[in-house]
Design a binder for this molecule. Sequence first.
Ligand SMILES: [Zn+2]
Length: 66
Amino acid sequence: MDELKNCPFCGGDADLIATDGRYGTFVCVACTICDAQSKRFTVHNYDDVFAGKAAQKAVHFWNKRE
Ligand SMILES: [Zn+2]
């Protein structure tokens, strides 16, 4: 898993978070300070929530915004 870059808006630490919704579980990266968030990616049944494909996509998405 790639390391998360700091928030592009406030420079704060970022974290992977998972959300359970009506259509399943999503992961996204969120800033712990200002609540900026990456796009959300759907976690499929066979996928690991914090280390699977969706999590990696969220990390990639977050890191390339800077
Ligand atoms: Zn921030």
